[in-house]
Design a binder for this molecule. Sequence first.
Ligand code: HEM
Length: 493
Amino acid sequence: FWPRQRSPGANYPRSLPSLPLLGSLPFLPKGGHIHLSLFDLQKKYGPIYSYRVGSRTIVVIGHHQLARELLVKRGKEFSGRQLTMTLALLSDNGKGIAFADSGAAWQLHRKMVLSTFTLFRDGEQKLENIICQEARLLCDFLATCDGQDVDMSPSIFRAIVNIICTICFGISYESGDPTLKTIKSFTKGFLENVSDSNPADIFPWLKIFPNKDLEMIKKYVKIRDVLLRKILKQCKEKFKSDSASNLVDLLIQAKVNADNNNSGLYQDSSLFSDKHILSILGDIFGAGVETSSSVLNWVIAFLLHHPQVKKKIQEEIDQNVGFGRTPTFNDRNRLLMLEATIREVLRIRPAAPVLIPHKANADSSIGEFTIDKDTTVIVNLWALHHNEEEWDRPHQFMPERFLDPAGSQIVMPSQSYLPFGAGPRSCVGEALARQELFLLAAWLLQRFDLEGPEDGQLPSLEGIPKMVFLIDPFKVKLTVRQAWKDALAEGSA
Ligand code: HEM
């Protein structure tokens, strides 16, 4: 219960008041969005401050210079993760990538996921082709809802899940497949039951008492693992060592090589046990599905609120792509308003408003302040993205801030922008996510007009901060564009 002895004379960040046992809990704002509460505390305590929960010290960083020092300059020293009860359940005691503490296993597994993307660089299984195939299915399905008010999120979810399944196992599921239902069920289960204030995460001894959230998380971990184990078994049966074509193939191959001791790189076969493989896959689903889906839903919601931006994007598409072909990733250099819109959505509603908490691996410092080993450090990305000294009217949706005055080039208006983090713990799926967001949005806007539903109810832009910053469900009036219909009638679409 007692904090570690502080080094005499050290200059620690300013701290909230703290009581024995409870730490600063009585002095922290109750309820509300954690990123907003932490941003608010910054007014009194400055851009770096600390508080205590139980016996742990938590340092909060709310300025980009300090954040970059932590993530990049001292990235290695701060690349640890604190294993709470919740994260231990999700990650089978710290295996995988996102919640694994820094060390050889995390580094190796992260490297393997990054090298998987090289399998999807060219040829038939080029990432762009996989995404466009899902974009086509998504648009064809939505075209059956022409003129109706629809909640697009389940179809977007299906497209994103299929992209992830193709990268992980080389499988894509048809609409209605029970596997998609299972993936939806455990993803929803985690979103509903993982919270940033589970008492057992603060006082681990509370685990001896019944804890409904932890029980639910256990239930959904089981559902996830049964499914992933079944798919892994099928992949092992199909595996051919000379033609690895997805993430699971690469992991199986690494295990075979380590078992046969014929690869200098991956010698420790135990790091490729089924348990490790399941945790890596669990992380890719956990970090790669709801993030991209939710950002695309946010893009649509902001466009419903700002129809003039939607009109500009569609004019750009009509001029640069037309209807004789579908958009490609190369169009990113021409569809600048769309690219700027995606960047603005990632700023104003970051998918991970406080990143994933980091942990100091050693006694260190940030700026002029001492940070002890094992301190948890939170980067409040929300504070960086809404800093009034860095952004003109930060609470307003203004995609043009990412364009030069002529609107002919993308610009970076501020350094206070890190939607995918930075440094050794940065998002491994950034390139994939950027392609998904651009291509899916471009395909949708080429073919459909998106408007508020008949009842005039525009989406709430407040958001729901779960493991991912979600948007409340909303409906869109979906109409196939007349220009698309005309082109189709002429046989050119
Ligand atoms: C728009 C979509 C996405 C956003 C905004 C996003 C953002 C982030 C952020 C902010 C972090 C935490 C960085 C930190 O802790 O400092 C992260 C970590 C991570 N992301 Fe993403 N992400 C997205 C999509 C994806 C996708 C598609 C994948 C799957 C391939 C993915 C896989 C991961 C993994 C595995 C980590 C943990 C990295 C580590 O701890 O070493 N993410 N992401």
